[in-house]
Ligand binder design. Structure first.
Ligand SMILES: *Cc1c(COP(=O)(O)O)cnc(C)c1O
Length: 488
């Protein structure tokens, strides 16, 4: 009989000395807490010096280094150069600020290590529960299905994939889009997020499958124009299949008329999708839930707990009203993934509801945060951000040198410094320079946009750390920089 030889040396990634690892890990936790506690006194962002850029160009390490030293390198090179969205005065684009409990959840999830593609695990049960909680809090029916995704763009893609397959008129999974009986048309306003178009490109339908509907003066979809677009497309032989309603646009936070869009979808037999990456979580607020009334009846809904709910990133969710259609879009089992009645791989595969197979327990962040604070706290924080936006709008209105572009619909304030010149280009370069100096001097981080052809600064207050004093500081700094630039 052959006798196998044991290996003479067997290595592992586990430390030989757990105690020094423990000490290094405690230091990382301690200093992370110090950092979060002292954020307001730190610059929002700082430009990256050449030596830091050079550090990130070093070749791949072939030999080991102690964890402590690696962490020290990160302290010098990575930590001072974060984006700044954890800071109380970050209001650029539209992001959440993260939170410590969410970060702990990320860590605990990685230690647990479960693969959320499937398996009979606590992590899967927890994700299903977190998705059920989101359904419940948003008013979605219990029978709906949902999946966590890395971001809202992917959540929208999953939803639109289900919509395409459900509405195509053929077995699009088997036959592909070249066999579609009629070209499909989707509808979204000119304020809709770019991820809708990208999704249609990925789904093989092309950007022209998205019929862009003009928005009205309040920057919500023009409902009359939607009806014209649908009937015009039918007359041309296209098949209208889905309206993408935006509950909270990225530019200004305006909310499409959800109930009017739903009525049109039902009458026309069109899939009713809501991009709620910004607005869906308004449902957590007793005071503002009515702004997005009707999203609970959507055929599909994309939402982003890593925005208004402040979860660390890669925490998004797609909800689909019809579980069978959802599953029919994504289920596929090859030999290595046979379903089993018992054991580790038993129960439904979460991958049957997503493009993603292996993924982390993203829902743990939402789960722990909801447990610790309760959903009402998140509702109050949303109300607080909306009240802060109104406060900032008030400061802007009271200051003759500043111009409010429109009343904030929710928590996004668009405004600009007036320029002595009536020329739009001159006003744009003044405001761009103000914005860049605010960022480069680490004072505050607004971003910018263009509304009805007018360039402006934009503060999206989706930040649980912001206080009204931070907004006073923003306005003071904008005026000071404006005077500096115009004077010099
Ligand atoms: C942010 C956003 C998205 C994209 O979400 P990500 O999480 O950034 O991928 C989609 N739609 C709207 C309205 C958004 O604001």
């Amino acid at each position: 009989m052959m006798k196998a030889n044991r290996l003479p040396v067997e290595e592992t990634l586990d430390p030989l000395d757990w105690e020094s690892t423990r000490a290094a890990a405690y230091r990382m936790v301690d200093e992370s807490i110090d950092r979060l506690a002292g954020l307001r006194g730190q610059p929002v962002w700082q430009p990256m010096p050449d030596q830091v850029r050079a550090f990130f160009k070093q070749p791949a390490p072939r030999q080991p280094a102690p964890l402590d030293e690696i962490y020290d390198e990160l302290k010098r090179n990575l930590l001072p150069h974060s984006m700044g969205n954890i800071h109380p005065r970050f209001w650029a684009w539209y992001m959440g600020a993260g939170n410590f409990t969410g970060a702990l959840a990320e860590f605990l999830g990685a230690i647990d290590g479960s693969n959320l593609g499937g398996g009979d695990t606590g992590a899967k049960a927890l994700e299903l529960q977190a998705v059920d909680w989101l359904k419940e809090l948003l008013g979605f029916p219990e029978t709906a299905s949902g999946t966590m995704t890395s971001g809202g763009s992917i959540a929208n893609l999953l939803c639109l994939n289900v919509a395409r397959n459900a509405m195509a008129g053929n077995d699009v999974r088997a036959e592909g889009i070249t066999s579609l009986p009629q070209p499909l048309r989707f509808y979204a306003s000119d304020q809709a997020h770019s991820c809708g178009q990208k999704a249609l490109e990925i789904l093989g339908l092309g950007a022209r499958a998205l019929h862009i509907v003009p928005s009205n003066a309040g920057l919500a979809m023009d409902i009359g124009a939607l009806e014209v677009a649908i009937s015009g497309d039918r007359a041309k032989g296209f098949k209208p299949v889905c309206v993408i309603a935006t509950a909270g646009t990225t530019n200004t936070g305006s909310i499409d008329d959800i109930e009017a869009i739903e009525r049109i979808c039902r009458r026309e037999n069109i899939w009713f999708h809501v991009d709620g990456c910004i607005g869906a979580l308004l449902k957590l607020s007793a005071n503002h839930a009515q702004l997005v009334k009707g999203i609970e009846r959507a055929d599909s809904l994309a939402l982003d707990p890593h925005k208004l709910m402040q979860a660390p990133f890669n925490t998004s969710c797609a909800l689909i009203r019809n579980r069978e259609l959802h599953r029919a879009t994504f289920t596929l089992h090859h030999a290595y993934l046979e379903e089993k009645p018992r054991g580790i791989g038993s129960g439904e595969f979460l991958a049957d509801y997503s493009l993603e197979l292996t993924r982390s327990p993203m829902a743990l962040k939402v789960w722990m945060m909801l447990k610790q604070h309760g959903s009402e706290k998140f509702g109050r924080l949303i109300d607080q951000n909306i009240a802060q936006a109104r406060y900032l709008a008030g400061l802007v209105r009271a200051e003759p040198k500043l111009e409010l572009m429109l009343e904030p619909a929710i928590n996004i304030v668009c405004f600009r410094h007036r320029s002595p010149s009536v020329d739009e280009e001159a006003t744009k370069s003044l405001n761009t320079e103000i914005m860049l100096r605010l960022q480069e001097q680490g004072i505050a981080a607004p971003s910018d946009t263009t509304i009805h052809g007018k360039h402006c600064l934009r503060a999206a207050i989706a930040n649980h750390r912001t206080k009204t004093g931070d907004l006073d500081l923003l306005v003071e700094a904008v005026l000071k920089l404006g005077a500096e630039i115009l004077g010099g």
